[in-house]
Design a protein around this ligand. Structure first.
Ligand code: ATP
Length: 580
């Protein structure tokens, strides 16, 4: 199955392969990596992409290009895309290698279908030095060590995630990245390999793959803390210490002390049964397996804010403002028109309470619909404040004539026609108030392939849904009744049951403001033919095959959503907000 490359000209020839070539670089004295051959065979069969997926074994000793890999006992896998070596993985790390292959092949398929342009790959430079490992491991910052925490499905079901994350943040650990996903069996086996010989390990794997987990990449603010080995910190000015009082005393008296480890902290907080950690990993292997784009997202802090266009502005110049908002790089996550009550207006305008125009302001604010927006952008809060300018029009005109306050000033009010939350905490509170989250029951049907599932989950996340609960389950008649109780009496219900019995379905609770109708819109019309005609971007248009195999399902109304959720996810109390 693998092409054998044992001289430089064969190497050059191999680089001409179309698509992806996975190269096992081996040493003559130990041969190619046997352990990985099963994986390659499996992927070759499953992906069935012989045109664009090739496997090769290359002998380091007889190929000049591979000279830096000679005499190394650890296996190395190189990934060549259209003649460029774009990635390298050291060690027989099956989950990581498999993930890399799937990602690159998916990219190749999208490129071939014209759905994406070929990225500017940075070709890997082979360096004959062990120091390259340190560089790669540390994401450009040699000092930084990360821990990975997995918050397990039982904690997600019991809705303990928020509390656990708050505890982690309270102790001044930094959550650098997070993702919520159903772990694959391979990922679980990889992360928990150290306990694989325990008798109940197989049951544990089933449990861990039965529902959603949270993956957190956690760091400690290195410059602020004493080091983990007990040596002194180079900073003397810590502002807030999460450690115990006796430790504080030790610190102030100049004694050396040791910060408790992340694991110890979780144990002391009694959350270690919900959360497993791998501490201070000194290489990227674990992170790459769970959060492949960690490098990209690290350092980018997307901030969500609430913005409001007061009635006069909304009425007269809405389009101009929305265009500027988008040009400034904000993404509009949610928007709604709302006529504020007097009480709501007073709460929002509290900072102007003592001004002589306050009465006029409240009258103005309640006179017609305002437009309320949830915006997201990197450094969203600061950028929004800067963009809209001060609250006083006079000040804005004098000092910041480019601000939206000055540009969109209206005769009727001496203050900014745009409002924005003052802090991220206030934004969170305002968003909860104006966009109360609603839950809906959703299902991905068995005929949907694993890859299509991933695509659908991406569409769901991109549409702003939070996947609050998820489980993979074979829907027997009894289970299906919990979801489809409304159509149980219909003649076609037996056909629905047959389609559901073909394999496991993915049952989910999706949460966002207006979730029920937004999910129905995202699904598209019931019949995929009609969906392709009327709503070509919808899920059913893209992934549906027929009326019965129409990829997804969603509750039709509030009562059906609440009832289905309560029946399927017994521990979850779905209290949908009243519509306001
Ligand atoms: N006339 C029909 N013939 C065959 N199958 C049907 C028919 N009507 C509905 N179905 C199937 O039964 C499922 C549930 O039917 P329902 O009437 O609840 O449709 P829906 O509300 O448009 O879609 P869903 O409930 O799945 O979101 C549909 O998704 C479809 O697969």
């Amino acid at each position: 199955m693998q092409e054998t490359i044992n001289n430089q000209s064969l190497w050059e020839e191999m680089l001409q392969n179309k698509g992806l070539t996975v190269i096992d670089v081996y040493q003559a004295w130990c041969g190619p990596c046997k352990a990985m051959q099963t994986l390659f065979r499996k992927l070759k069969n499953e992906l069935n992409e012989d045109e664009i997926l090739h496997f090769a074994v290359a002998e380091a000793d007889s190929i000049v290009t591979l000279q830096p890999f000679r005499d190394k006992c650890e296996p190395v896998f190189l990934f060549s895309v259209n003649g460029k070596i774009v990635a390298k993985i050291k060690g027989a790390n099956a989950p990581l290698v498999s993930q890399k292959i799937i990602t690159l092949i998916n990219e190749e398929k999208k490129i071939a279908a014209g759905e994406m342009v070929r990225p500017q790959y940075h070709e890997i430079v082979f360096v004959d030095s062990d120091s390259e490992d340190a560089g790669e491991a540390s994401y450009g910052n040699v000092e930084q060590l990360y821990s990975i925490a997995i918050i397990k499905p039982n904690a997600v079901t019991a809705r303990k995630v928020k509390e656990i994350k708050e505890k982690i943040i309270d102790a001044e650990f930094v959550i650098e990245a997070e993702d919520k996903k159903m772990l694959t069996e391979e990922q679980v086996r990889y992360f928990y390999s150290r306990i694989a010989d325990q008798p109940d390990f197989e049951d544990f794997v089933s449990f861990m793959t039965s529902g959603l987990s949270y993956i957190l990449v956690v760091s400690q603010a290195k410059e602020k803390w004493p080091s983990w080995d007990g040596s002194e910190s180079n900073s003397e000015t810590e502002s807030k210490e999460p450690w115990d009082d006796h430790e504080k005393t030790a610190k102030s008296s100049g004694m050396k002390q040791k910060r408790e480890s992340f694991q110890e902290y979780l144990e002391r907080q009694q959350i270690s049964q919900f959360c497993d950690v791998e501490e201070n990993i000194s290489n990227t292997k674990f992170i790459d397996v769970f959060i492949p784009d960690f490098k990209k997202i690290k350092g980018i802090k997307l901030e969500k804010i609430l913005a409001l266009l007061r009635p006069a502005l909304f009425n007269k110049r809405k389009e101009d403002v929305l265009n500027i908002i988008q040009d400034e790089g904000f993404k509009i996550l949610m928007q709604r028109q709302i006529v504020l009550s007097e009480k709501e207006a007073k709460t929002l305008c509290m900072e102007h309470e003592n001004k002589d125009y306050f009465g006029n302001l409240i009258e103005n604010m309640t006179s017609g619909p305002s437009l309320v927006l949830v915006l997201v952008r990197e450094n969203g809060l600061g950028h929004w404040k800067q963009l809209i300018g001060p609250s006083s029009v006079e000040e804005a005109k004098e000092y910041l004539p480019d601000s939206l306050c000055a540009q969109f000033a209206m005769e009727s009010l001496p203050i900014n026609q745009l409002y924005g939350s003052d802090s991220l905490e206030a934004a969170e509170r305002d968003i909860q108030y104006f966009f109360p989250p609603e839950h809906t029951a959703a299902l991905i049907k068995p005929h949907v392939t694993q890859e299509q599932r991933e695509d659908i989950l991406t569409l769901i996340k991109e549409a702003g849904f939070d996947i609050t609960q998820m489980k993979e389950t074979l829907l027997t008649e009894e289970e299906a009744d919990k979801i489809y109780f409304k159509i149980k009496g219909k003649a076609f219900y037996k056909d629905v049951l047959e389609v559901l019995s073909e394999g496991p379905s993915l049952v989910m609770i999706l949460t966002k403001w207006n979730a029920i109708s937004d999910w129905r819109r995202l699904m598209g019309p019931t019949d995929p033919e009609e969906a392709r005609f009327l709503s070509p971007d919808s899920i059913r248009a893209q992934f549906g095959r027929s009326m019965l195999k129409n990829a997804v399902h969603g509750a039709s109304d509030m009562q059906e959503a609440v009832e289905a959720i309560n029946r399927v996810f017994e521990d979850f109390v779905a209290e949908n907000p009243e519509k306001n």
